[in-house]
Design a protein around this ligand. Structure first.
Ligand SMILES: O=C(O)c1cc(=O)[nH]c(=O)n1[C@@H]1O[C@H](COP(=O)(O)O)[C@@H](O)[C@H]1O
Length: 232
């Protein structure tokens, strides 16, 4: 299935049956899906394979952050699972990211995943960053995204608040994956750097990650369709 949509639906559920039931209501031509820590820890590779069998491209969001050997072998395992996108933390550093790239390059697979680095989590505010001793989210995102690009990553996870800056500093082909997406009227929850779907696209995001606005809705397909319409 070729999907030209920028939307990635985060299937953050405790069990495979809930994730697969939601997937059955979604159309792989209209969105991709993301399997994160909660679902993968409970359901493992089998749920990824089940989603792929339904025609979905899968973003395996396990945010690997470890020594170069461990992180790169985890990326290799993800690639062998056939996922479309995999991520690591940019703060794992240059040698970790380069090891992940090298591990992917050495594989002889027909299709390799996009390798993406998380910069500053979209749940982090300026105050949270200051408490950790960092500069503003924007400064830290640019620093980590520049390092990620120089370390061979295909792109980064950031907030769409930073998309315009990163596109102008790092170029159009460096892929920007942006969670913290909230259509008007939806609560931010634990997210702090939020942007509406249409503004995120205007800012230059390549992919929009949407979870609870769709998955916690009583009318998920309607919410998804209204997001798609807002992007036209
Ligand atoms: O890597 C991610 O996907 C990610 C990075 C980030 O900085 N912020 C972030 O929210 N995410 C993920 O994106 C999804 C956002 O979900 P909602 O807040 O429910 O839309 C969750 O699955 C998060 O784990």
């Amino acid at each position: 299935m070729v999907c030209s949509s920028p939307l990635i639906i985060a299937l953050d559920y405790p069990h495979a049956d809930q994730a697969l039931a939601m997937a059955d209501r979604l159309d792989p031509a209209k969105c991709r899906v993301k399997v994160g820590k909660e679902l993968f820890t409970s359901a493992g590779p089998a749920v990824v394979e089940a989603l792929q069998a339904k025609g979905f491209d899968v973003f395996l969001d396990l945010k690997f952050h470890d020594i170069p050997n461990t992180a790169s072998k985890a990326v290799k395992a993800a690639a062998e699972l056939g996922v479309w996108m995999v991520n690591v933390h940019a703060s794992g550093g240059r040698r970790m990211m380069e090891a992940c790239r090298e591990e992917l390059e050495a594989l002889t697979l027909p299709q390799k995943p996009l390798l993406i680095a998380v910069t500053v989590l979209t749940s982090m505010s300026a105050e949270d960053m200051a408490e950790l001793g960092f500069g503003s989210p924007e400064q830290q995102v640019l620093k980590l995204a520049t390092l990620a690009k120089n370390s061979g990553m295909d792109g980064v996870v950031c907030s769409a608040m930073e998309s315009a800056l990163l596109k102008s500093e790092l170029g159009q082909s460096f892929q920007l994956v942006t969670p913290g997406i909230r259509p008007e009227g939806f609560g931010s929850g634990d997210q702090r750097r939020i942007v509406t779907p249409s503004k995120a696209m205007l800012n230059g995001s390549d992919y929009l990650v949407v979870g609870r606005p769709v998955t916690q809705s009583n009318t998920p397909v309607d919410v998804l369709d209204s997001i798609i319409n807002s992007l036209q």
